[in-house]
Design a protein around this ligand. Sequence first.
Ligand code: GCW
Length: 712
Amino acid sequence: MKISRREFVEMSLASAAGLCAGGYATSTVAAEASTSLPEEDGYKLWLRYAPPGDAAKACRQTVQQIRVEGTSATSGIIRGELHSATSAMLGGNVPLNEKDLVGGTVVVGTPGNSALIRDFNWASAWGGVGDEGFIIRSTRIENKSVTVIAANTDIGALYGSFHFLRLMQTGQAIDKLDLAEHPALQLRLMNHWDNPGGTIERGYAGRSLWQWNELPGKISPRYADYARACASLGINGAVINNVNADSHILAADNLRKVAALADGWRPYGVRVYVSANFAAPVRVGGLKTADPLDKGVADWWKAKADEIYGLIPDFGGFLVKANSEGQPGPKTYGRTHADGANVLADALAPHNGKVMWRAFVYDDDIDPDRAKRAYIEFTKLDGKFRPNVVIQVKNGAIDFQPREPFHPLFGALKQTPVIAEIQATQEYLGQAKHLVYLGTMWKEFLDSDTHAKGSGSTVAKVLAGKIQPSHLTGMVSVANPGLDTNWCGHHFSQSNWYAFGRLAWNPELSAEKIAEEWTRLTFTNDDKAVAVLRNLMMGSRETFVNYTMPLGLHHLIGGDHYAPQPWNDRAPRADWTATYYHKAAADGIGFDRTKRGDHAVEQYFPPVCEMFDDITQCPEKYLLWFHRCAWDYQMKSGKILWDALCAKYQAGAKEVAVMQTAWQSLAGKIDARRHKEVADRLAIQAADAATWRDQILEYFGRFSKRAVPRSS
Ligand code: GCW
């Protein structure tokens, strides 16, 4: 059942007023409400394995027993997962690895561990799925109807098993399957900003999951639960510590702790990476310098890499934040980012390790505009990096704002692999207090056409190496789980972890499909409720933009990155203030990045450059990012800018009320505990949205000298 956003708003409002007799009427749903749903705390994430309703009957035919081949730890995990999940969903014990093959057996394995699977002549499919992909087919063996989940590797079989379970859980038909999947991107990593003391930079869901003081001797069961959740989405690695890195993560005793995590995660296909502090040779190694061209420094990194691989043979590599926000780096020694990345790359290369070098740099001697700096620095260095270096670029050129145009570096580096960094932890998007589904934001980014090689050169294609061939591809997300029982603070923030994983596997998936899938897994398979939930999620990011930073406004915050602070004009750096970005004055508002301004638009390929440059073509959602406009500038709607701005803030605040109503209408369809916890946070969000609207409009009104029109 599909309804448009407008219909959703109207129906929810009507239902609030008791006018709507349809599926959204609060009273109708409430009357149906039974209190029998068991309370849930959110710990199980999207792996609840609730019975899939009507679909269960059909599933029972197809899943009568499970046979998982192989003796590896991963095979054991697959066995446990399939057995407990299918038994829970189908309401009874599903026999496991019985001697006889019967109709309705689900067979899982690889050509390496299963004669049954080896016998299949699936040559055409095998090549395509690679090391991490899988095939799922409904077929016949010994004249019995079976389902085969086959892969080249155990990890592929694990991913295939989770995929199969997802189909079951979401109530899809599983009796005529013929599918093959493989990930579009290679590096699909969580980036944790966790500090050894247990705090998390920009973490809103409790303290760090990693118990440094207990490792390596004591292994929390939560480590495996974490890896399982990652594996269920195909996430294949985790950078476990903050990019503002404590150099001592590289000290011998800490490396043993890291190795203990790696040991636990290996069977799930989750490799460990660490953030390295560029000054580690000095701070840990006791050298006098960390100059990347110094032989002693290069030797130190080589020895360190050897030590790490001695403990962790499949260690992934280093993530580095260098010469950014006070972190040390090669420029400290008069060297380039390439020199810096390469010394680490040379140390890791013999072990097949990678360096992910962040492009989040904005030294103010490069250009007065923060948005231009990374592009200037990194395009100069294209081709100068070792083959095992990737440049990790945030989705936008400033910093995870509620809306940014895509970073001009995507498509601009022709000889250096680029991976994308997105942020699931909602640093600038209401943290874990506001319900904001980021799938839509990431799709806007991934679907942006860079025109790097003509039209259709979307960011997704650039990342997948389809525009310029790239031997290394990937997308990573600043992670949002912590020790909170429900992992992510807000129940809906789990959807951002989920959406990241699904998009890193396949950036072409739609945000809507992912939202629907997550909703069914996490809350309910009730179609009417799913429609309400999906629409709630799909509009939530635009709503957030509306009540915080619409029409291309950005960085209207202070140090907490949460509350409105458009007046913020004092910070250790000009580009940490709000006034630097909005430049509101009596004559207008906005940052002129056009060819008549600071030329930032020229960092984009034509015709994107011209589109952003020409105020008549520039999408209004980016208007004040690229253009400075008078308060009475005529918008496409015919409204003047001031009135349009007011309307956005008013609409945003109103939409949160609609979200509350929609959520209320689900009482009884969702267990009482989670329902209340979300309702409580929506109340905070509604109050915050009103505060944003009022404070921003009051502040900008001081410059526009115009009254706030009555909200329509
Ligand atoms: O978004 C900013 C954050 C910093 C963060 C930095 C970065 C880890 O406010 O907390 O530092 O970006 O991405 O390096």
